[in-house]
Design a protein around this ligand. Sequence first.
Ligand code: C6P
Length: 427
Amino acid sequence: MTVSSDPLTPDIGARRPFDIAAIRRDFPILRRRIEGEPLVYLDSAASSQRPVQVLAELTRFYRDHNANVHRGVHTLSVEATELYEGVREKVRALIGGASEREIIFTSGTTASINLVAHGWARARLGPGDEVVISEIEHHSNIVPWQMLRDDRGVVLRVIPMSPDGTLDLDAARAVIGPRTRLLAITQVSNALGTVVPVRELADLAHDAGALVLVDGAQSVPHMPVDVNELGADLLAFSAHKMLGPTGVGVLWGRMEVLESMRPLMGGGDMILTVSLERSTWNEIPHRFEAGTPNFADVVAFGTAIDYLRALGLDAVRRHELDLIDHGLAVLGDVPGLTLHGPRDAHRRGGVFSFSLEGVHPHDVGQLLNSQGVAVRAGHHCAQPVMESLGVAATTRASVYLYNTRSELDALSEALRRTARFFGDAGS
Ligand code: C6P
């Protein structure tokens, strides 16, 4: 296959060891100025930025290989199919799955969880069966289970969060029991940064005979995740939070679990045969990928995985732990700031969710933006967490592999100015 290389795109292999200056050069958007100030991008939990290598791969695919996958006998279609299918192996290697056939491409974490809820659970669970979630889940891992409860009489049980945003194993033991059929749990909370002890919870669930679905949207991009060490039966995550394009996600599942799952959508490519009377299903994973898949973005996602693996997810986590330590220190000094979530950096992902006394989180977000600092303000699609904290919303700064300590200093300075601005306005 002819793959033209782009001399302007730095080689991903040269990104090891972790060289933050070189990494930042790969992300041209970080050179932007916002409101006259250098951009400080602290919203990667919502969506990460993409390096030039991923952008180049997307262009290269459309320029040199573009054609629909699985459908053509012509060269371009064969090349596109090879590139698309090749990404399954990259994902498998990233998360330690047994076979690339266990990798299903979806449109994102939300679609992956819904596929489990409506493709697996809807057909297999009924009245009295219990699905266990936690209080710190994203709406994507709450609402599908409520739909199932309302339609199928499944009982939804919730592991409560402690005041510091952690999940207590004793509380989990009181909820997970002989009627539990599925534990659907996040590995890292997007609203608090809590790192959940998934392995311990998964052991409890497995002892009860239940399956374990892990929401890896905020973990897979940031730390080594191995499905075997995690004790997961199913894992969901999104490409756009890990240097990849939007509109791509993954559902990984152990083959025997996927074999017991029904396709959610019918259409092209997911069938083996179709007559006007009946259809038979294609093999896994194609059975779950009806219609033309988002093949160009999947190919570029493969380059995002190459980038992350070249750096090493252990190095990414180390870098983020340093940022978390530093962030805890500099935010702890901001007058009137309450930081939510665990105190211990090792129990945290790179998320700082906070309240600034007397200032609405949206105003904090606006004032920070006027100083070049991009954060998210709102309920972060985790309203039960907000309710538990007794707030309507928080301001959230989140870091990734391209952020620096000095950007967190800039955040802290901007927050001090924000607090002074509102203090002066109120006096
Ligand atoms: N959280 C945030 O700003 P999608 O939107 O399907 O790619 O991912 C959904 C999702 C599921 N679980 C967790 C833990 C998440 O953080 C997210 C997305 C973004 O926190 C957008 S709300």
